[in-house]
Design a protein around this ligand. Structure first.
Ligand SMILES: *[C@@H]1O[C@H](CO)[C@@H](O)[C@H](O)[C@H]1NC(C)=O
Ligand SMILES: *[C@@H]1O[C@H](CO)[C@@H](O)[C@H](O)[C@H]1NC(C)=O
Ligand SMILES: *[C@@H]1O[C@H](CO)[C@@H](O)[C@H](O)[C@H]1NC(C)=O
Length: 336
């Protein structure tokens, strides 16, 4: 599960040409947002940002005592961006945020559109690490690490790694994220009524009771992709992995829509790899191996072909090793 570095995006290029303000924040800052005198709190930068601005986070751990609330939008050509400065490593640690009524989430964006979040790490928050909610569209979250988030006040019922919940809005994308050891699910799209695109998202180890909650309410799915009672929501999930989650790898969870699944892997989850009970999902080239309660449970109008379970449903761990060796030898032959 190595970290894939990201190329600077087109969005950022547009931002740069718009001559927008660069706002700096550093864990030890106490200034007013310049590179030499950065803010000390991410929220201060968010409060000042307008469309086109880039909030640069300097290296280190931010440990806010209240969650970071984002309730403003960029525009299509001038997003508000939040990203580390250069290749610096930035962590948002929620350990200073003991359970309050409304969270606290690590990053909580509500009714916020056209924003761009890159290279953040949100862990040990007392709710979901990164949550997008409400009327929110055209947001890109890229290269996110979110782990060990938990919610003692709900005994693990709702703290996920990433959530896009209770709202609607087109064009939201989560790409290249690692979501692990969260108390509830790796990722949850509960009650979000528009398609979300997920690419290269890796969810593992979610849903274990690492905090001794009693009773324990964590769900433990890698990817929870909807809810019954919602309009059909045609999410897209590509090149993603659910590994060793407490329960299911990928579940439509009552979503009556058609989810597109391409080239995803469910491996060693504690229940079934892929569970589609309500959707008419489209499944191609997915792999389900060594999940404890079967590889795929597909009920209803699912269109499934070319997946591991469609032909020979007895893949084993050793197939991965063989495949890896085959790929390594191919690379060697081609001098890659
Ligand atoms: C989202 O972006 C698309 C493509 O740029 C644009 O057509 C659409 O109007 C945007 N949606 C909203 C709600 O701003
Ligand atoms: C795998 O299972 C299929 C039936 O699903 C069987 O035909 C095939 O021989 C098995 N292959 C191995 C390697 O066990
Ligand atoms: C499944 O995983 C278990 C635990 O790691 C391992 O012992 C077992 O050999 C695996 N089974 C297959 C079929 O790969």
């Amino acid at each position: 599960m190595h970290r894939v570095s990201c190329k600077p995006s087109i969005l950022l290029a547009i931002v740069a040409s718009a001559g927008a303000r660069d706002i700096f924040v550093a864990p030890s800052g106490s200034g007013s947002g310049s590179i030499d005198a950065p803010f000390g709190f991410i929220q201060d930068a968010v409060d000042e940002a307008v469309a086109g601005d880039v909030i640069y986070l300097r290296q280190g751990t931010f440990a806010p005592s209240a969650n970071i609330q984002i309730g403003k939008s960029g525009s299509r050509t001038s997003p508000i961006s939040i990203r580390p400065y250069g290749s610096e490593k930035v962590i948002v640690n929620g350990e200073n945020m003991p359970g309050l009524i409304n969270g606290p989430y690590g990053i909580y964006a509500r009714d916020a559109s056209h924003n761009y979040y890159e290279g953040l790490s949100t862990h040990d928050n007392y709710e979901t690490g990164f949550q997008l909610e409400g009327a929110s569209s055209n947001n890109t979250v890229i290269n996110l690490d979110s782990y060990m988030n938990r919610d003692p006040r709900k005994n693990g019922e709702s703290a996920d790694g990433f959530a896009c919940k209770s709202g609607q809005g087109e064009g939201n994308v989560l790409r290249n994220a690692r979501l692990w050891n969260n108390v509830d699910d790796g990722l949850d799209l509960y009650m979000f009524a528009s398609p979300v695109t997920l690419e290269e998202v890796y969810a593992w180890g979610n849903g274990y009771n690492r905090w001794g909650f009693s009773p324990f309410e964590g769900d433990g799915n890698g990817f929870k992709l909807g809810i019954s009672g919602n309009p059909p929501t045609d999410h897209v999930v590509r090149n993603s992995i659910a590994y060793k989650n407490y329960k299911k790898g990928f579940i439509d969870n009552g979503n009556p829509g058609s989810i597109t699944f391409e080239r995803n892997t469910a491996w060693k989850n504690g229940d079934t790899g892929f569970v589609m009970r309500s959707s008419s999902s489209d499944m191609r080239k997915n792999l389900a191996v060594n999940n404890s309660n079967g590889q795929a449970q597909l009920i209803g109008a699912v269109d499934s072909s070319g997946n591991s379970w469609d032909s020979n449903d007895n893949w084993s761990d050793s197939d991965f090793h063989q495949r890896r060796r085959a790929i390594a030898s191919l690379w060697k032959q081609n001098h890659l």
